[in-house]
Design a protein around this ligand. Sequence first.
Ligand SMILES: [Zn+2]
Length: 237
Amino acid sequence: MREIFLHDNVKIVQSDRFGGISEGRYESLNMGMHVGDNPLHVEKNRESFASFFGFDIKNLCFMEQVHSNNVVLIKTNNTPKADAMITKNKGLILCVMTADCAPVILFDAKNSIAAAIHAGRKGAFLDIITDTTQAMRHNFKTQEQDIRAFIGASIGVCCYEIKGEVMQKASEKFAFALEKRGEKYFLDLQKIIKSQLNKNGIVDILHENICTCCDKKYFSHRREGLCGRFVTAVKIR
Ligand SMILES: [Zn+2]
């Protein structure tokens, strides 16, 4: 578990797979309730995560993530069915669960507005980044030059082989993010997200360039199949 510095007025933290009590394929700090793990273990893991960073577990906001481009404004903790949350509430901790999909945090440093985005392949193809920045603009008058972005550990182009219909779609819309090696095609999800941030005028990007499938510190759906989830979270200071 660690903290990531993006700006003085925001706290970004991330878990990895260590320090929890889940067993088997969820070993050990699984933060996902939806992946078939023992809910009591997940609850304990979430408690450990919260207390490690000095958060109250009641303020951890999770989404029911559905690989959509649904963006919601959050005033209180209510587990929306969505893949992006935006808040100006300093008391809330917005949490994104991933295991290969990209966690993206946006922070409007001028107005102190935070967003947490679950951007997997589907979300990226639907351009959830643009929907989120537009919602920030519309609701809080956020200006692009005030946004700082963080792209967290997610599957890299090294490991993300795609085929069939997905490959077809990627080659039509995101040819710049396709890499051919021999007869195989690999997708650069992080590159797509970066280009979507750039398209929205966001250039101040902290991109760690970590592949969850290569780095065994993280859960990876591609590497492990059914597995746990780690969390990337943001709280306004
Ligand atoms: Zn990799």
